[in-house]
Each structure stands twice: as C-alpha cells, then as structure tokens.
Design a protein. Structure first.
Lengths: 351, 604
C-alpha cells in the first residue's frame, strides 16, 4: 500500500500537497486518514487580498450524487467507496492543519455537503470547525452545503466562536426550469432563499455558486441566465458573495458524454467577461462577484481561441479579488468577433 | 397532418423529398428555406434562400410537442448515457412556426431544439426520418436545427427536411472548414489553390489574399450552402435530385448509411410518393446504391404485383439488355429479330423478357415505359449478388403468372443467373433451354441455335397474327402503365409516322405511344370511363377542368395513384378529361393544398 503525495506548483506560486489520483473505484485500496488535497491560494475578504488554506477532505461524497446526481458533476470520481470513520476524518483535518500558517481564511471541501450529517457526522462537523477556530488569526471558514441541510440545528453549533462561517450553496441558476431539467439539482429557488435567509439570520455568510452554461443551453442563453441569476441573488442577498463557475467538463458525466459527441462546447471566456461586467453593474459593488474557472483556457474548460486566454484569465482572477470592473478586459480584438458571431448564431433561445 | 387552419401547399413530391409553400393570410414562405437565426430566434429572420424572401420565426410554449420527435429524443439521450436529461426534452419540445409577414400564423414545423442529439447519430436520425415519413407522408414541414452543413445538406433535403439554418455552416467556418460546391476543405489548404478568391467569387472570398479570416469563411459557407440548396431544388424540379445527391455523397459514409437506411426502412413506395413517370431523357445508374433507388424498386415491385403475360405466349424467351433504349432499337435486339425473321409469328408465342440491372427484368412490351426506356448503367460483365437476386425474383414471378411450356434462355450470363438450370434443363419446374450452351455443343452461332429452338414451336395454327400480337402487346403496356383495359378488337391498329406511334381504332386516335408511357386521347378516356373501374380515376365536381386541377378540388380518388400516373377525370358518369397526377392519390382531397393533376386534354 502506497500513499503517493506530490507537490504541484500552482499558478499562484504556492505549494500544494496533493495525493496522487488513486480513485477508490479503481480497485486500489487507499488509506482514509489523509486529505485528498491541501493547498494555499489567494482570495479576498471584504475586498482585501488574503491567503486562504484550501482543504479537500476524503469524505464519503455527495449523497445527492449517489442517489440522483447532477449532469455536470464528476466529484464522485474522487471519492473513495466504503465507510469512513470519524477518527479518520479528524486525522485528515489534523494533517491538513499542519500546513496552516496564519491564513485568515480556511476553505473546507468534501465533494459533498459538509452540513449533511449522513456525509459528515455532526460531531466531526463541530470538531473540525472547533479545531480550526482554535488556530490564531482565523477570520473566516468556508464550507459547502445543499440548502436542505442548512437548518438551524445543524448550523448553530458551527457558528460559535469569533470566526465567520461562510456557507457556499450551489444554486447554479435562479431559473428553476434550468436547474431542474438541465442540471438536475433537486431543489428549487424558494428552498435556497429560505435556507440562505436562515443562515444569514444565524450570522453566517452566504456564497452562491452559479453554473455558467449547463448542457443544451446556448451561449447567448447562458449569458442571459447568469446575468438574471446574479440579479436575482443580489436583490435577495445583497452583500453576499457570488461565484460564477463556468462549466468545466468532468469525467464520467452527462456533460462529458455530450462533449464527446460534439454536442457541447464550454463557454467562451468573453462570455464570462460579459457576465462579470454586466453582473458587476447590477451588484453595484454591494455583492461581491467573483469567478475562479476550473480548467480555464483548456478545451474542457472556459476558453477563447487559445491566444488571448491567459491574459483574460489573469484579469478575471484579479477582478475576483478586487471586484473592480475596470480590471476586466474590453471585449475587442483577437477572437471577439468570432465570439460575437457564435453568440448570435449558436442556437435558438429557449429562455 | 397540419392544422386545418394552416396551409401547406405542395409543389413537388418525389419519393421522400418535398417542396412547397407555407401559406396564410399574412403571406407565404417558400420551402425549402435556409434561415440565418441570430440572437433570440423568434422574430424576423434573415432568409438566405430563397432570395428576396421575408420570414419570421416563432416558438410557442405549451403547445404539444411532436410525439415522434420526443420519442427519438429520449432514445438519443439514452444512447449517449444522458438519460438523466430527459427532463430537458419537455423544456425544448415546443412547436416552432415559420411565416412570412409580420404576423405569425399557425403553421407548425416538425422540429425540436434538442434534435442535435438525434442528428449527430446516423442510426437515430434515419430511424426518426423513417418514423416520420412512415407515419404520415403529410407530416408538417421538417426542421432539424443545426443541420444543413456541408455533410448533410443535400441528403437531408432529399430525405424530406425542408427548413435549414446556418448554425452548422457558421460553426464550421469558425473552425476553419471552408465549404466547396460538394464538400469542404481545411481553410489552410486554400493557399495551395492560390487563395479563396481564385476558386470562389462570393463577397467574402473576393479580393482576399491567401489568408481568409474565420469570419469570412463563415460568411462564405453560408453563401455556399445557399447556392447548394438552390442547385438541389433545381435538380428536384428536373427530376434528378437523387442522382445529384448521390454525386455529393463521396467521402460521406455516415450520410450514405442514413440514405440507405431510410430508403430501405420507409420502403420504396413511401406511401405512393415515388413517381411512375419522369420527363428525364436518361436515368443514370452510377452507384451500387442506385440499385435500390425508389424508382427502380417501384418498377420491380410493380412487375411482381401487377404484370401478367399475354395468355397466348407459350414460350418465355430470356434476352440480354442493351445500352440503347428502347431495346428494340439496339443492334443486339435487331440481330435477334433478324435471326428469327424467317420464323413467322414467333413473337405471338414468345414472351420476351429482358434480364437487366437495376430493373431486374423488363417484359419487352413494356420497353418504352419509364424507367425501362431511360436507365443507363455501366456494363462490366460482372453481376452483384443483389442484381442476380433481382433478376431471379422477377423471372420467377413472370414464369409463375404465365402459362409457359419452356424457358428459352438467350443470355451469355445464364450460368450466373440460373446455375441450377445449366445441365439439368429445368428452371423453377419448367423446361429450360440454354441456347448458348447448345450452340457451343453444336459449334453454331447462338442466333442460329435460337432460330432452331423456336421454329418447331410454331407448328399448327396461330392464335394471333403478327399485327394482332403487336396490338395486344401495346394494350398490355397501356394496361400496365395507365390501368386502362381496352378490349381487343380487330379494328385496333398501330400507325407509325415520323411523329411516333399511335394506337388507333380505325382512323380514330386512342393512345399516343410515347417513350415514357402511353397517353390516352380524350376519346380513349371517354371509352374507358364507360367501363366501371377502368383506369385510375379522379372524381371532381361538375366543371370542365383545364390547366391544373388543385388537390383540394378533388373529391375522390379511385385506384392507387402515384405522381406521374395517367388519370381519368370525371364527375359521376361524365368523363371530363385526361390528366397526369402530380402528387400521390393519398394526398388528393386533403387539407394539404397544391397542384393535384395536370390536365392533358379535356372534353369541351
């Protein structure tokens, strides 16, 4: 039994510790007392650039994904099968926190819902948050959850302490039609609003993930959907954070099947720029808009022609921290005309 | 069936292909149409083809989706392991409408925005087309968004798609795929041709150097498919669209498989839509797939189902085909005739059957009909198994319906067609004479052997003399071609002049024996009308039809009528006119509008 660690230099020049890709589904037995990955990255708090520690726990994975599953989600690929002991999870947290070096922001990802007791027991939830709040200089802890687990009972014990608990919810879109039929997310807008209001009531911070360009949605529709979703989230939760996540094609997903058949192209970077620009105008500096595209500039991620990708991505990254619209590039030159034609003629609108 | 409030006017129906107009009070849209959809879709759209056409496009939510489309969409998602997206089908399955003028009208299209799930899968696409065509040839105009690229434009138009958009052409352009007259090439290769302007004079290409931007390629592609659709419509009107489509299929195996599957799956007749007559001078049979072109399949089926030999024929004489048509004008057949000239009355007892491909077999009395007098196939001396199968099947069918004492085979390749008969002198239970084999054995010419074989069969009195036999054979061709049965009388005669041949009764002209098929005069039509059930009949109100009879003006159709068929037009007991059907009888008198019958001659 070997546990392979490797060190990868991230684009933001920090070292990360990552276990090699040994899926539990490939028949190779893995230990469950090591996190999948830990790294540090730039993020922002209240518009100020901060360093964040990112911890990917080797949890049991998303219950929704196991039972139904979203069309774009391949996170279950990284999740080990079988039971995981609470002690193992806590050992993972301990190992991850060994890397802690005064970062004010810690983000915990479990490839599922941290607040789902069937994934992460309430004891582990409390102990994990507790062990982080014990650290000095902690300002904010981020966890992810589906809205159905954002109940008072589950959230209250995690809000004790000086830190701010930020709960990230994968709303994906404010359109129930798109979320239910194209993403198959399994909850509706009203549920999200209700749960998020409760979280804010309890002193939590809200971060909303939006998914740009679900399958079968044309480029133009995808842009319009994101802009209207930003508007809807902003008007309900001004001052929260919105992360626009352009689709990246993950393995063993419906979207990958479509992509392989030529039925899907990830969104253009220009489209993302347009969404962030128009979204920023709507948010008017009150709601923090950001985007950290996975696979940006790659064929399977948000991309342009290949020539201008790096430059545009850099601007988006900078914008995400500063939330300053002037950082975003002007949509002109390079492949912008082709993008414009693509948006015009890519498909008939269904919205 | 289209909504009765809407109006689809058929101009041409030819096998699976359709071409017509959408009509309403607010205007007309000619089909096929190539539309440039931009931005939101609904609303005014730019029409690339036909030129100078305005059209609008709309989508209605809440309208019933097309059940066949939905069914295939579900299958398509399942095939790509995207079952979980079935919910998307209902989201997309709205009806689309296309109309000229400002106001949309209830003219639905058979379409679905998710159709790319189907159109990227040749098997599923052919299944869809089979289901739609097989279910109802009167289906609403078909639109499969995202089709109409360089690969599939002609094939899908041939298979019945009437609305195309520019999405694929533009997408290919953005990816550097440059469309040509029949195919495409990588735009980087244009420099090897001296630049785009040296091979294309469209606005996007002209004046460009070796480098053409992807946006210009996109514009060029749109213009090119507009031109290509125009050409396809031209060939449809000419009656040779299938030939044109086959010529564009080189290097497109997926499209070929779709065409094969649809032609086989829907059946050759396509609900009676395959024409029995074309104006073409020649029908080229270039590819192996042409063996099963609807026109050829229709001929084979009709010979099996409808042809019966003249009862006086006691011998079945199997003959080779010839490049020149009709066969009797060829050197080969003139030589056979010369060899048998000394055998008086041989034609009265011989049912001559020409063995050929792709038609399988042609009874000699039908040699002037379409497509027997028109097909042109390259001869190599090789026969495919499928061709042999057709020949054997049709020969067997004619033998079964006739009353033949012997089968006399005068064909070089008899051992390929009937290997079991060689040496055993038996074919399908009848005596079989292998003329070439006997000639070889005796060291004489086959012509001479043929004469020696037939001569002894002519002993004793003949049922018919030569002239009477000639008339009988013409009557047989008339019956097969028009469904009109004329009783044989001694005063029937054939007059041949420089203008052609005419069947007459005394001095009264009855049928113009044209190449393509006999055409009755109005006198012949009147005589035929007097016998109940004679000929294919169109019943109308009491008026004198002139020019063109519209489909919706037809009250009833008696008999199976295909496009190109000669029909008799009348009201109750009164004969009115002779015409040629322009659409299948099954579509006449339906809410689908359009030309029904072209009137050839009428009673004043």
């Amino acid at each position: 039994m070997y546990l392979i660690y490797r060190f990868i230099i991230c684009s933001h020049d920090t070292f990360i510790m990552s276990r090699g890709h040994q899926s539990g589904k490939d028949g190779i037995h893995r230990r469950r007392d090591r996190p999948i990955s830990v790294w540090k990255e730039k993020d922002s708090i209240e518009g100020n650039e901060v360093s964040a520690l990112v911890i990917i726990l080797d949890g049991p994975g998303c219950t929704w994904s196991k039972n139904v599953g979203c069309t774009m989600c391949g996170y279950n690929n990284d999740v080990s099968e079988g039971h995981i002991e609470n002690d193992d999870l806590m050992e993972q947290v301990k190992i991850a926190l060994d890397r802690y070096d005064g970062e004010p922001y810690v983000k915990i990802f479990t490839s599922g819902s941290f607040l789902d007791p069937s994934e992460i027991s309430t004891t582990v939830q409390k102990d994990t948050i507790g062990s982080i709040t014990d650290l000095s200089d902690i300002d904010r802890i981020l966890v992810e959850s589906r809205p159905e687990f954002m109940t008072e009972d589950l959230m209250t014990p995690l809000t004790k302490g000086d830190h701010a608990l930020e709960i990230a919810v994968g709303l994906e879109t404010s359109s129930d039609m798109i979320r239910s039929k194209f993403i198959r997310k399994g909850f509706i807008w009203d549920q999200y609003v209700k749960s998020s209001k409760k979280a804010i009531e309890l002193g939590c911070l809200l971060k909303t993930y939006l998914l740009m360009k679900p399958p079968f949605i044309g480029e133009n529709d995808a842009i319009n959907d994101m802009i209207s979703s930003i508007s809807d989230v902003h008007s309900n939760f001004p001052g929260s954070r919105i992360s626009v996540n352009p689709m990246n094609i993950q393995s063993n997903t419906v979207v990958e099947n479509l992509y392989k058949r030529g039925l899907y192209r990830p969104p253009w970077l220009w489209s993302l720029v347009k969404v962030l620009k128009e979204g920023s105008s709507i948010a008017n500096g009150k709601t923090h808009l950001m985007s950290s595209p996975s696979g940006g500039g790659k064929k399977r991620g948000v991309h342009n022609c290949g020539e201008c990708d790096a430059k545009v991505l850099e601007s988006i990254q900078e914008f995400s921290i500063r939330n300053n619209i002037s950082i975003l590039p002007i949509i002109e030159g390079c492949c912008s005309k082709e993008w414009n034609e693509y948006v015009s003629s890519s498909s008939i609108s269904i919205l | 069936m289209p909504d009765p409030r809407s109006s689809y006017r058929i101009d041409i129906i030819d096998g699976p292909t359709r071409c017509g107009k959408l009509e309403s009070d607010s205007g007309k849209v000619k089909l096929p149409i190539l539309i440039d959809i931009e931005n939101e879709g609904p609303g005014k759209i730019k029409v690339i083809f036909p030129e100078r056409m305005d059209a609008s496009f709309d989508r209605r939510e809440g309208s019933d989706p097309h059940p066949i489309m939905v069914d295939h969409m579900m299958k398509g998602l399942s095939r790509i392991k995207a079952d979980s997206m079935v919910g998307a089908v209902s989201a997309f399955s709205n009806r689309f409408f296309l109309m000229s003028g400002e106001n949309f009208s209830e003219v639905p299209l058979t379409t679905d925005l998710l159709s790319r799930v189907i159109t990227t899968d040749p098997f599923l696409l052919s299944d869809l087309l089979i289901a739609i065509k097989g279910n109802d040839p009167l289906h609403d105009p078909l639109y499969l968004p995202g089709t109409g690229g360089t690969l599939d434009l002609e094939t899908l138009f041939y298979l019945g798609v009437e609305v195309f958009d520019t999405m694929k052409a533009r997408s290919d352009g953005r990816n550097g795929i440059y469309y040509t007259e029949r195919s495409s090439l990588d735009a980087t290769e244009l420099k090897n041709l001296g630049g785009a302007s040296s091979i294309c004079s469209c606005q996007a290409c002209s004046g460009t150097g070796e480098d053409l931007s992807n946006l210009s390629i996109s514009d060029h592609n749109v213009e090119m498919i507009g031109k290509r659709l125009k050409m396809a419509v031209f060939y449809l009107r000419k009656g040779s669209l299938r030939e044109h489509v086959m010529a564009t299929l080189a290097g497109k195996p997926e499209q070929m498989s779709i065409l094969r599957k649809v032609e086989k799956g829907v059946g050759w007749d396509l609900g009676g839509c395959t024409p029995s007559f074309r104006r073409s001078d020649k029908v080229a049979v270039t590819y192996r797939d042409d063996l099963n072109a609807p026109d050829h399949s229709l001929w084979r089926q009709r010979i099996i189902e409808e042809f019966t030999p003249i009862p006086t024929k006691r011998l079945l004489l199997l003959l080779p085909c010839s490049a020149r048509k009709p066969y009797s004008s060829s050197r080969t057949h003139r030589r056979i005739d010369n060899a048998l000239n000394s055998v008086k009355g041989w034609k009265t007892i011989c049912q001559r059957l020409v063995l050929t491909s792709p038609l399988g077999a042609v009874p000699m009395e039908l040699e002037s009909l379409y497509p027997a007098a028109h097909y042109d196939i390259p001869v190599t001396g090789d026969w495919h198994n499928e061709e042999i199968e057709h020949i054997r099947k049709l020969t067997g069918s004619v033998m079964k319906k006739g009353n033949f004492d012997k089968v006399i085979c005068y064909h070089h390749d008899r051992d390929r067609f009937f290997p079991e008969a060689i040496g055993r002198s038996q074919l399908f239970g009848s005596e079989f004479v292998d003329v070439h084999g006997l000639a070889d054995d005796e060291g004489i010419r086959p012509d001479e052997m043929l004469r020696r074989t037939i001569s002894p069969e002519l002993e004793g009195p003949m049922d018919l003399n030569r002239r009477e036999n000639e008339v009988m054979e013409v009557l047989k061709a008339i019956e097969f071609s028009t469904g009109i049965e004329f009783e044989f009388t001694r005063d029937l005669n054939i007059k041949t002049s420089w203008r052609g041949s005419m069947l007459r009764s005394g001095k009264r002209d009855l049928f113009d024996l044209k190449i393509g098929g006999p055409v009755p005069t109005k006198e012949a039509g009147k005589i035929a009308w007097e016998v109940e059930g004679n000929g294919k009949r169109i019943m109308i109100d009491d008026f004198t039809p002139k020019g063109t009879l519209f489909s919706h003006g037809i009250n009833e159709v008696k008999g199976i009528v295909r496009p190109g068929d000669i029909v008799l037009i009348g009201h109750d007991d009164t004969f009115k006119a002779v015409g040629r059907a322009m659409i299948p009888g099954s579509m006449m008198g339906t809410p689908i509008r359009g030309n029904g019958v072209k009137v050839l001659s009428y009673m004043k």
